[in-house]
Design a protein around this ligand. Structure first.
Ligand code: NAD
Length: 457
């Protein structure tokens, strides 16, 4: 056991939501320059505690320290980015017409609920919380029950920075009870949720009675499409990185690689070599590339997909087992299946582990068809040196985000989110404020125009 964590119930959620409601008026009316200053101070503290946060995160999740050591820097960047935008968050448009001036402005929606998953918990908490706070919303945060530790640390740092009490509240607990209570609370005006698609559906139902505004960042089965004309060395590096980094527990992981038939055998052969050499081990060792999966139940789920792949007739090329020498922990070897087709579960369902499925294709049309033939539509990666094909193909992909000749490289002003079963809404830049704020239109008459008269005849 790592530590004991309180399991908040309906009462704790109610207390937190009331605190968020009580703090809302003051936080909303705090000058945006002051909010900006406070959020930068949070970023400073995150940076100052970067090593501690990385160690806690590795301890809590099993994510290798080589990746978690960057988590605090990225989390601080989230706060700085939205701090700098706080002053412009309420900006709107001037929409003049004959005799009237219409102008819009944005105002924070009120207290919001933020519900996050366990894969990169600290980074995701900051990604959701920073824009809400910059917008002037107060927050009740319910972190994942498998990774509760760093959210508490974040709340402590937020308070240490001087953010007033009640503005950020954290309640740990189980999704189906604590999380549910948050989504049903009448004082909570919106839910920013990151997690599984099925949970998103449940939250939509739970929030219906109180007409919750929802923002969903859900699962993915993201294709990496590699054409024969691509820079294959770079495509190989990026394919390996996008599925085996962060333990494969990554919503934007490239979990299906679609390979043009003429390069299929060679590319899968080179992939297999690399996958077999991925260093699995103690997540605190800076040399480790793949740590233990977060929970025995998750390991069981991933192993279930190994059985599914075998039963459906795909070829297990590498991994697929737990290492024999792993004394303790949910260690699972980096896994590659080949000769898959689109109908198989390993080609359609999100495994959320270090598990890649390779699928051959013959034509561009077939590649597009396979890429789009899943329920999800979060991210897609395209490798080709044909610029016309790159543009045309990217437009037709069912994905909220497409990277061409690149792994996932984030630029915070760009919209982040998915289509189909991968989500509703976008985060990043100004898109986040659209969710956390109401847009209001104000119409001012500029002259004494004739007002229609009734009962005056
Ligand atoms: P999950 O949906 O099981 O849990 C996420 C959160 O929801 C947890 O805090 C959980 O306690 C809570 N929850 C569960 N049931 C609930 C309910 N009925 N009401 C309210 N809250 C409830 O997801 P997970 O297994 O923790 O995370 C993995 C999933 O997250 C994957 O599908 C992954 O793709 C997705 N994810 C998406 C993104 C993205 O940006 N699109 C990013 C990271 C992870």
């Amino acid at each position: 056991m790592l530590c004991a964590v309180a399991n908040g119930g309906t009462e704790e959620i109610d207390g937190a939501a009331r605190a968020a409601m009580a703090a809302f008026g003051t936080w909303r009316d705090t000058a945006s320059t002051e909010r900006k200053k406070l959020l930068h101070r949070v970023a400073d503290l995150i940076e100052a505690h970067g090593e501690e946060i990385a160690l806690l995160e590795t301890c809590d999740t099993g994510q290798p320290i080589r990746f978690m050591s960057k988590a605090a820097a990225r989390a601080a960047e989230n706060f700085r980015f939205f701090a700098d935008r706080a002053e412009r968050a309420s900006d709107g448009l001037a929409l003049p017409t004959a005799g009237h001036l219409n102008y819009t402005l944005r105002q924070p929606v009120g207290p919001v609920g933020i519900i996050t998953p366990w894969n990169t918990p600290f980074m995701l908490s900051t990604w959701k919380m920073a824009p809400a706070l910059a917008a002037g919303c107060t927050v009740v945060h319910k972190p994942a029950e498998w990774s509760p530790v760093t959210a508490m640390r974040l709340a402590e740092l937020v308070h240490e920075a001087g953010v007033p009490p009640g503005v950020v509240n954290v309640v740990n607990g189980i999704g189906e009870t604590t999380g549910r209570a948050l989504t049903e609370h009448p004082d909570i005006k919106a839910i920013g949720f990151v997690g599984d698609t099925r949970t998103g559906r449940a939250i939509m139902r739970q929030g219906a009675e109180t007409l919750k505004r929802v923002h969903f960042e859900l699962g993915g089965k993201n294709p990496v499409v590699v054409f024969a004309d691509a820079d294959l060395d770079r495509a190989l590096d990026a394919t390996v990185f996008m599925i085996y980094s962060l333990n494969g527990e990554r919503c934007t992981s490239g979990s299906r690689v679609l390979l043009e038939r003429e390069i299929y055998d060679e590319f899968v052969g080179r992939l297999a070599e690399r996958v077999r050499r991925i260093r699995l081990g103690n997540p605190y060792d800076p040399a480790t590339e793949l740590g233990p999966l977060i929970h025995p139940l998750h390991l069981e789920k991933v192993l279930g997909y190994v059985s599914a792949g075998r039963e459906e007739g795909a070829t297990l090329v590498a991994g697929g087992v737990c290492p024999e020498d792993a004394a303790d922990g949910n260690y699972f070897k980096a896994t590659l299946f080949g000769d898959a087709d689109r109908s198989m579960r390993i080609a359609r369902e999100e495994v959320f582990g270090p598990f890649l499925t390779a699928i051959p294709f013959d034509t561009e049309e077939e590649a597009l068809d396979i890429a789009n033939d899943v329920d999800y539509g979060l991210a897609a990666y395209l490798w080709t040196s044909d610029v016309t094909r790159a543009h045309a193909f990217a437009r037709r992909l069912d994905a909220g985000m497409v990277w061409v000749n690149s792994e996932n490289v984030r630029h915070l002003p760009t919209p982040f989110g998915g289509m189909k079963a991968s989500g509703i809404g976008r985060d990043g830049g100004d898109y986040s404020f659209d969710f956390y704020m109401e847009t209001k239109n104000i119409d001012i008459a500029l002259e004494h125009h004739p007002v229609p008269k009734l009962g005056n005849g």
